[in-house]
Design a protein around this ligand. Structure first.
Ligand code: CTP
Length: 227
């Protein structure tokens, strides 16, 4: 980390000057009633590190972010969203003018089928069932309208990493997908390190090794914007 910080100070890289990089980060919140929501364990740290790295390298960066407790990185334009549906709209709005999208967010796959206008009361019930409806898959819809833009997805898995990543790469028409085993030590949620295997369209795979998320951010940007 010290070497990386010294290198950045001594030899600043401006290789993404003129590029518009779109990054999504964090979880979403899906409202149940006025006091409750469904969310997930995404901290936003990976996406924020990518946004910070891209801006440091000269890119114009739009960061579509779910609710997280992180400061806006230097030079980054943040668009704050709450629900998976809000994130869908914000990502689509910025996509046509971008050169590359890195979808590091964890938008909810399901949302309450109906929002209860009033707080749901216990009423002495022993249990209750909450009905959920599928949200739209943001990356899949982006993949369907993709032009010259480069698109990277993430795959957070707990098993069958390679198989699931390959399926998502094809189904969402991505250029590459960074897959990580969220149960591995130092690679899960809310930690400052991560290790991914990057699967590309040509069938190749490259392992990053365990590194700080900020270093991994540059490693991922190098690959998305290679040649
Ligand atoms: N993603 C998305 N829109 C959704 C859900 C996920 O764009 N509604 C994106 C994520 O940001 C990530 C990629 O799709 O880049 C894969 O997300 P993941 O949760 O691993 O996969 P899913 O497609 O949701 O599949 P599953 O939950 O069955 O593993």
């Amino acid at each position: 980390a010290i070497v990386a910080a010294a290198m950045a100070l001594l030899f600043p890289r401006r290789d993404l000057t003129g590029k518009h990089v779109l990054v999504s980060a964090g979880p979403t919140q899906e409202r149940i009633d006025p006091v409750r929501y469904i969310t997930n364990r995404s901290s936003g740290k990976m996406g924020y590190a990518i946004a910070e790295a891209a801006a440091a390298r000269g890119a114009h960066v739009t960061l579509v972010s779910g609710p997280v407790a992180l400061p806006v990185p230097e030079g980054v334009e943040r668009v704050s969203v709450v629900s998976s549906s809000d994130m869908f709209e914000a990502v689509h709005a910025a996509f046509s003018s971008c050169d590359g999208l890195i979808m590091a967010a964890a938008p909810a796959d399901f949302t309450p089928a109906a929002f209860a206008e009033q707080k749901i009361k216990k009423n002495g019930r022993e249990g209750m069932t909450l009905e959920l409806a599928a949200t739209r898959d943001i990356l899949k819809s982006i993949g369907e309208k993709k032009g010259k833009q480069r698109v990277m997805g993430f795959a957070a898995e707990t098993e069958h990493l390679a198989e699931n990543a390959a399926k998502k790469l094809a189904a969402k028409n991505l250029d590459m997908i960074a897959a990580n085993d969220v149960t591995a030590a130092g690679a899960g949620f809310a930690v400052d390190t991560n290790a991914v295997t990057l699967y590309k369209r040509d069938g190749s795979a490259e392992h990053s090794g365990m590194m700080p998320k900020r270093t991994l951010a540059d490693w991922l940007l190098d690959r998305l914007f290679a040649e």
